[in-house]
Design a protein. Sequence first.
Length: 495
Amino acid sequence: MGSLDIRSMSLRKSRTSKGRREHSETRKTINTIIGAQSLGAPFTQVLINGGILSLFILAMDGSKFAVGAAFTMNSFSQIIRILVAPHVDVANRKKMVIFWFAFALFCGSGLLLAYPISIIWGNAVGVWFVVIFFLFERISANIGAAAWMPLLTELIPSPLRGRFFGRMRRNFQVVSLILIVLIGWFMGEAPPIWKFYIIFVVLLTMAALRPLLLLRLPTTPPTRTGPRESIIANILRPIKDKNFRDFLLFWACLTLTVNMGRPFTVPFLKEDLQFPSSITAYASAALVLGMVISLLPWGKVADRFGNRFVFLLNVVLIVIAFNILSITPAYHDNSLKAILISIASFLIIGIALGGLGIAHTVRQMQVSPPKHRGAYMGVFFTINGIISGSVTVVSGAFLDKLPEFIEVGELVLSPFRLFFNLTSFCILLTLLLLFRLKPAAEPPITSTIANFLTFIPPVVTVPLRLANLDPHQITAKDSLESEDADDESFKNEGT
């Protein structure tokens, strides 16, 4: 008996010490990833969401079409993911991520050559040099990103993923926010070109540290062994999956409509409303701030009420934000009012984008089987990139063709304002596709809305009950629908 007790005690101790080592290694891995992203991710966040790339193009006398083209490069570059998807599932993902992130850094350094080229061959050539080198940087980064998410799936235990993604996004968004605020103070009202160069050097130096930190990550085995599947097979498998196809259709339409207007919010402030560059940067900082403060709350809402409900709320929020932005007065007419309205609208857009990002990530994980996640994500980002990139180019060309003002009788209207109103209406139409999505281990939207209304004071829910929309009745009815949908989903998974 004594020897058995000693043996069982030693076995328990070994298991405990092994669990502690695994926990320590996981924590070390998480901290390394978050630190690497906090240094590397702000490069794109500051250039795109912070509006610095748009301001740089406008400072070089670039057109709205050139601004739209720069955003398009960010979207079109995602097409490369479908080409590398067959390689991702059988490759050393750690090496793939590090190499292509480092090569993206090399391509990004080409931005430093833009102004010398504009001096030699003119501003038009310099502007398009910026767009082309940004395309090369985005293509390289997206090849690395194709292996990034499968790598994280292998490294981060399933119970920790929600908190991990929330913490990772929050950290690099906070770093981006701090940088954008400091950049706004640094640029002033009309920044010279050399100030943009200092910003680029700082961002590139930070991004150079990301591949060095990622070298410390453990190497994961491929998720599949054997011969690689053809690109056609990788495309057809996700397209045949109805749940994935429905979500792809909804997200593609939502991305299309949001990207009709979002890339042109900075040119609207700078050119139409005559905002100083520093105030424009502060407004962009409000957008990033909205993402930062909303990530964790939206994660909790998604856990409690489901990702479809988060989609619904944020579609409504972004529509409200675009309509608020469309009534912003010119800076010289009422500077304080203009600043407050623009910052409020950018803040709401940021909150909505943060919620859409959380809901999109959760939903994508639900509809993508782990064994073929690389192929599913490749198709998803490729189609998303084609659609969002195309609409940005078309929108930029359309805005360039419009006159400075549109006269309707005695009314004098701004093309930007009308365009934001049109964008809002198109975004609302995507709700028709949202209601088609099947529940994924969550109750139907009607039931979710009813549950959410229980948190609202009774004075708001009384009119609903008078209209025979008792939340408890809705919940009881739709919970049965949810169970049927879950049963059907389980059968499809088994098939």
